[in-house]
Design a protein around this ligand. Structure first.
Ligand SMILES: Nc1nc2c(ncn2[C@@H]2O[C@H](COP(=O)(O)OP(=O)(O)OP(=O)(O)O)[C@@H](O)[C@H]2O)c(=O)[nH]1
Length: 294
């Protein structure tokens, strides 16, 4: 059997979360049109007769030196050093630019861990865009194989898995076969709510939101489960944007979250108590950042 930990790196919105979801066929990470929505190193686990691949979905790599982005960068770098394989995903519909060069430059310095390059969004790329991206990657990372696929359309993914397994070391699986994520339940629930809150709120909000599941109670006799969660915003003024007029928006967030959380508890009667709270400057609170990023 083979088993490898695979760290996915790439610019924000390259499609890293979509790729993990497609491979693992489960909603383990969150996707949204807003860049940099993935704050944690989330694992998706894929197992078949060849062995097991454990994916770490790194946050978007940023060159900014602000504390928040710096922390994201630290997470990406520490995850890279620990893995068996690095999968570098690029969205070739955008020009490479400074950020892409920074990532490629960083990866070119890695000698011990194999780097596999993936050109994503093949479904919307022109031949010229594919060629430009391929030659960029061949120049920057001449030792790395380059594959083209569409995470969204699920094309080229089988070839990607073949390449990943060919670089995976011989080893016993790290997780039981049926596992697709090792995230604690509270975290999965918080991620579902955060995704809905981001999708349903105005553009300027996303980075100011984090979700905390404060209570998760089961009543086995009555087949009931009760969830209390807080959507935390940074400023009092943002609270209204999440809650919406007459509570309209928060109701929508709860309704949409309910559908996905219900899938986790199909046989239980689910109640969600969702509230909005202001926690000023949470992004500058390093204690809280530690909690969220580990
Ligand atoms: N056309 C097309 N769109 C894609 C594909 N893969 C991802 N997308 C879209 O690209 C956007 C970003 O995808 P994500 O998976 O959230 O990207 P990410 O790299 O995880 O982003 P961060 O978490 O911000 O680092 C979403 O709107 C996806 O639907 C693809 O293969 N084709």
């Amino acid at each position: 059997m083979k088993c490898a930990t695979v760290t996915i790196i790439g610019r924000p919105s390259a499609g890293k979360s979509t790729l993990v979801n497609t491979i693992c066929e489960a909603k383990v990470s969150i996707t949204a049109r807003t860049p940099q929505t993935t704050r944690n190193a989330i694992k998706g686990i894929y197992t078949d007769s060849r062995g097991q691949l454990v994916f770490t979905d790194t946050p978007g790599y940023h060159t900014s030196d602000k504390q928040f982005n710096k922390r994201l960068q630290d997470v990406a770098l520490s995850a890279l050093e620990d893995s068996d394989i690095i999968l570098y995903v690029i969205d070739a519909s955008r020009q490479p630019g400074e950020e892409e060069e920074a990532i490629a430059g960083l990866l070119s310095k890695i000698t011990k861990t194999p780097v596999i390059c993936g050109i994503n969004k093949a479904d919307i790329l022109t031949e010229i865009q594919k060629e430009t991206a391929t030659s960029f990657l061949q120049k920057q990372l001449p030792a790395s194989p380059v594959l083209t696929f569409s995470a969204q359309e699920d094309t080229g993914i089988d070839e990607l898995l073949i390449t990943l397994f060919s670089h995976a070391p011989e080893s016993e699986p790290l997780y039981p076969e049926e596992t697709f994520t090792d995230q604690p339940l509270e975290f999965r629930i918080a991620e579902i709510i955060r995704e809905k809150a981001i999708r349903l709120s105005r553009e300027e909000l996303p980075h100011s939101i984090f979700v905390e599941v404060s209570d998760l109670e089961y009543n086995e006799e009555e087949s009931k489960v009760w969830v209390r969660a807080f959507i935390n915003v940074e400023r009092e003024s943002q609270k209204g944007m999440v809650v919406g007029k007459g509570g309209d928006n928060i109701k929508k967030i709860r309704k949409e979250s309910f559908k996905d959380i219900k899938k986790i508890f199909p046989d239980l009667q689910l109640t969600i108590d969702l509230r909005v709270k202001t926690q000023e400057k949470w992004r500058q609170d390093s204690g809280l950042l530690d909690k969220l990023l580990t």
